[in-house]
Design a binder for this molecule. Structure first.
Ligand code: ADP
Length: 320
């Protein structure tokens, strides 16, 4: 291959820039030119691309977001849209593509690869860590650290004011951010989509703790499990204790990538590029027990991610 493309697609996450840098520098070292498509699949459909040289990716390893922008593309869902994208690739003599994104982006990549026999390698990047076949996705570790930082600050006010804080974190169908930050932050409860929560039990343990002199609680709720506002109102109604709500929102997507995410980005970007240049098609890279792996796209998107849910929840309970 002489020319390859790279794009970031779907929800942004920290570490995308570090992955772009790794892709560009790996390919350029092998004499291959790299073109960045702007705004995900939209850029491929529109022919919106620019060459990325070694210099273009200097000073971005520590930046959140993505220098080539990301987007959701309605047109890529349709066959005519994908045909137009294929035409762009052919016209620009792009021989393979690296797609940095989440499960939706991988679904699109899989369909495109099969329709046009076009080589694509996927790099899993989503703060939700909901992609199967990889222990970690790019951005999840940074997001957890952002939440942890917020929880530490909330704890200061929770203990001073003697209150119950309900903190809503991201994670549509996946409780990864909530579980990690609740255990790491020393919180009292984690409410996650993978397990039914029992508001009665939660309130009973609050009342019992309160009788023993416990004065503050932090309850972490994954957005895919419940609304923090509803949980807070229910607790107040049943216990008559003051509750406060914090919805962390988009701050979880941003910020400087953690060291772990930068290293993951370096390894994923390098491995994905090597696979693409080695003429591998339609694979998603991942990491399992510190070993880089390549999986079929379908395997990465069609199953439910396994988390160490029960042992985390048990520990959270034991340690509060
Ligand atoms: P993420 O990759 O973060 O999960 P999305 O689910 O929004 O984000 O997917 C990103 C983009 O991938 C979509 O806007 C669309 O262009 C493309 N895509 C997702 N699913 C499909 C699909 N089934 N067919 C074609 N393209 C898809």
């Amino acid at each position: 291959m002489r020319r390859i493309g790279v794009l970031t697609s779907g929800g942004d996450s920290s570490g995308m820039n570090a992955a772009i840098r790794s892709v560009v520098r790996t390919a350029v070292a092998r004499g291959v030119r790299v073109y960045g498509f702007l705004r995900g699949y939209e850029g491929v459909i529109e022919g919106n691309l620019k060459e990325l040289t070694r210099r273009d990716v200097s000073g971005i390893i520590n930046l959140g977001g993505t220098i080539i922008k990301t987007a959701r593309s309605k047109r890529f869902f349709s066959k005519p849209g994908r045909k137009q994208a294929y035409r762009t690739l052919k016209d620009n003599k792009i021989e393979g593509l690296i797609v940095i994104g989440g499960d939706g982006s991988f679904r699109g990549a899989d369909i495109f690869c099969r329709e046009f026999k076009f080589p694509i390698i996927g790099v899993p990047a989503t703060i939700d860590n909901d992609i199967v076949g990889t222990d970690l996705t790019l951005g999840a570790d940074t997001a957890v650290n952002v939440v942890l930082d917020a929880i530490d600050k909330i704890r200061d006010t929770a203990t001073s004011l003697e209150r119950i804080f309900v903190v809503e974190v991201m994670g549509r169908g996946c409780g990864y951010i909530a579980l990690e930050s609740a255990l790491g932050g020393g919180c009292e409860e984690a409410i996650i989509p993978e397990r039914k929560y029992n508001i009665n039990k939660i309130c009973t343990s609050i009342v019992e703790g309160n009788l023993k002199g416990k004065i503050s609680w932090i309850i972490v709720v994954a957005e895919g499990a419940a609304k923090a506002q509803d949980i807070a109102e229910e607790i107040k109604k049943r216990t008559s204790l003051e509750t406060r709500v914090t919805v962390l929102g988009h701050i979880q997507r941003g910020g400087r990538p953690s060291c772990r995410d930068r290293i993951l980005a370096a390894r994923f970007g390098n491995y994905a590029t090597e696979l693409l240049l080695g003429r591998k098609k339609a694979k998603a890279v991942g990491i399992q027990a510190d070993k880089l792996v390549a999986l079929k796209f379908k395997k990465a998107t069609d199953n439910k991610k396994w988390l160490n849910t029960d042992s985390y929840l048990r520990l959270i309970k034991i340690l509060t």
